[in-house]
Design a protein around this ligand. Structure first.
Ligand code: SF4
Length: 647
């Protein structure tokens, strides 16, 4: 890593201008395409989308790549982001103009979804090079005829022409992630004969024709990028060796720069890798392509640290570094990095909860940045009259509430009965691969200190404390406590909660049963297996990890399987004794397991008894986070931000 001192950034390469395809870009930090789902099926460009993009342009990024415009096509990856349907050209033009006002380049990706569709869209027909579904559960796509391919090529070229007319700086042909062009390139999904199948030249012909014809029709007037996979990460799919050859073919067609990603829906958790994957996990692919072609190469893939970005550039592995989640988490990352104030950056933790796995609903958001895509709604507006605010509880919800209230000018005191801030989030940072989670606490603590929030650590707030402080506003963020199931023997000496195990308050034996297969249970099993314990997870429902998003669940299940952790579903623990546990399986059979320790991970209950005691002692009393209702951290931090904004 590049070392830096003080407020002078040492990221000289990252923040030096460059020229690609005749286009000068002010720095080499790009915003990678983010599929936000902020636009509606009829193509309306919603204000949230514009605000989202503009905030990133203001934040100092050099260029922005908009995701998945399908305009001009019969088949859209709808709802498309910029939704540049013909009628929306003016809205797009306005957006481009504002981005340009910030000295930022902006381009748009053209994409046809092909055979990969997350949810049905009326009138959309799945099409592909060959009638091969992407998974056993998906529908069989229709094989495109040569005439249809020809028509689609022309539509791509028409779309590129419209991109130019709107005023975008470049166009990106999307040939990655298993969508239509990528499915043609991959030998696994393209098993057709003839001019669009067979060897790499034939399989890539569809994409090559598009690029060549865009170049011929538009001349040098619009730089062209192509995003393709360095590797598909599925058996029989594209490998780095072939993608190097593909890069040469693309360069011969006149592509101005290339962007190297990885994964298809068949290897879905690879496409947007969560915290289990190392940071910069696709950089070796970009490096491999860089060694094969002379055109500039964009590296992407869990790059969130600007110092890592600088190192990638300095070592010649790529020419541009693109971030998606890093900028979702903090749109001002570039400005802060350039200033060298790295501890001011609200870092992405790779959780995928808000952005990829969309645990809060269909639209993109961010766990660490509750203002992501709600930039206007969540803007910090100074309080008309500063109030004395007492926040009780120093977990994520309380910290975020204190921060937002202090940002607005309120005088905030934060009470935390423990000696450290963080609450449950501290435990969430302990299981394997989750070290980055602790970074969020570092960021929030730093902000609270900077904002002058008065800290009362190791102080349990009671009704008397509230009376003495006499605040105008009380925010109760006292979190939750672990639930204890009503199982005979649950009070035994060999029984502990997952919270106590993770906190290192209790030691467990060699043979362990973890009761409960949600995130906490699975991650505690991972933690114990990594310490050499023989672990079995028992879950009463049919599936485990229901509170995890698909990408995180996939990686965690793989880790557990590799570590030999057994997972029993549809099975209950009916009794615990000093010798072990009695289980009942789905057929009602009793099973005895001799174990040394039983670890409980069966949820939590709100801890909010203070609410009744302090009601009436302050003008406003708010209850947020798990104290209101136990849920995941995304909701806790969001509620903290919202209450901080309201009071
Ligand atoms: Fe990063 Fe998680 Fe935010 Fe996604 S939701 S951008 S992974 S912190």
């Amino acid at each position: 890593m590049t070392e830096t001192t003080g407020h002078e950034s040492a990221l000289s390469k990252l923040f030096s201008p460059t020229t690609i395809g005749g286009m000068t870009v002010k720095n080499r930090l790009a915003m990678a395409p983010i599929g936000t789902l902020y636009s509606s099926l009829d193509g309306a460009v919603r204000q949230e989308f514009k605000d989202f993009i503009i905030a990133r342009a203001q934040g100092g990024v050099g260029m922005i790549m908009l995701a998945d415009a399908g305009f001009g096509f019969t088949s859209l990856e709808a709802p498309v982001d910029p939704a540049l349907l013909k009628g929306m050209v003016e809205a797009a033009r306005e957006l481009v103009g504002v981005v340009h006002d910030h000295g930022v380049r902006i381009g748009v990706q053209l994409n046809h979804c092909g055979r990969q569709l997350d949810f049905p869209i009326p009138g959309y027909e799945m099409v592909a090079p060959s009638p091969i579904p992407w998974s056993k559960r998906s529908g069989v796509p229709r094989e495109l005829s040569v005439d249809e391919i020809e028509e689609l090529i022309e539509r791509h070229v028409d779309a590129a022409e419209m991109v130019k007319e709107v005023g975008f700086d470049f166009v990106e042909v999307k040939a990655c992630h298993g969508y239509l062009l990528s499915s043609f390139i991959s030998p696994r999904s393209n098993q057709r004969d003839g001019q669009y199948g067979g060897d790499l030249q034939g399989r890539a012909r569809f994409a090559l024709e598009i690029i060549g014809r865009i170049r011929r029709r538009l001349g040098k007037g619009l730089p062209i990028s192509c995003r393709f996979n360095g590797a598909d990460h599925v058996e029989g799919g594209l490998t780095l060796d072939e993608s190097r050859k593909l890069a040469r073919l693309l360069a011969e067609q006149g592509v101005d720069f290339v962007s190297v990603s990885a994964g298809v829906y068949g290897s879905y958790p690879v496409i947007v890798p969560p915290f289990h994957a190392p940071q910069g996990c696709f950089v070796h692919l970009a490096e491999g392509i860089k060694g094969a072609v002379g055109v500039p190469v964009v590296a992407v893939g869990r790059i969130k640290d600007p110092r890592m970005a600088e190192e990638i550039l300095q070592s010649g592995k790529a020419d541009i570094v693109a971030m998606a989640r890093g900028l979702l988490a903090d749109p001002e990352l570039p400005i802060k990095a350039q200033r060298g104030t790295f501890d001011e950056i609200r870092g992405c933790i790779g959780c995928n909860q808000g952005c990829q796995d969309k645990m809060a609903g269909l639209e993109t958001t961010c766990l660490v940045n509750p203002a992501a895509a709600r930039e206007k709604n969540m803007a910090i507006v100074p309080a008309r009259k500063p109030k004395r605010v007492m926040v009780i509880g120093g977990g994520l919800a309380g910290m975020q509430a204190a921060m937002n209230a202090a940002l607005r000018g309120h005088r905030v005191t934060l009470y935390e009965e423990g000696d450290e801030l963080g609450g449950q989030w501290r435990l969430a940072s302990i299981p394997p691969c989750k070290e980055e989670f602790a970074g969020l606490l570092g960021y929030l603590s730093g902000q609270l200190q900077k904002l002058g929030v008065r800290m009362r650590l190791g102080s349990k707030a009671t009704a008397e404390t509230v009376e003495k402080e006499s605040p105008e506003v009380v925010v109760i963020a006292t979190g939750a406590v672990p639930s204890k199931p009503e199982i005979p023997g649950v009070e035994g000496r060999n029984v502990a909660t997952a919270w106590d195990v993770l906190a290192g308050k209790v030691q467990v034996g060699e043979q362990v049963v973890v009761v409960g297969g949600n995130a906490l249970g699975l991650e505690t099993a991972d933690f114990l297996a990594a310490r050499g314990r023989n672990v079995e997870v028992v879950e009463m429902l049919e599936h485990v990890g229901r509170d995890l998003g698909p990408t995180v669940r996939w990686h965690l299940r793989h880790r557990l399987a590799e570590a030999g952790v057994r997972v029993l579903t549809s099975t209950r623990v009916t009794e615990i004794s000093g010798e072990g546990v009695l289980l009942m399986d789905r057929e009602g059979r009793s099973i005895h397991r001799a174990v040394d320790s039983v670890v409980l991970a069966v949820g939590s209950v709100s801890r909010n008894e203070l609410v009744h005691e302090v009601g009436g002692m302050a003008r406003e009393v708010h209850v947020i986070g798990d104290a209101s209702k136990p849920r995941n951290a995304l909701f806790a931090i969001r509620e903290g931000a919202e209450v901080g904004r309201r009071i």
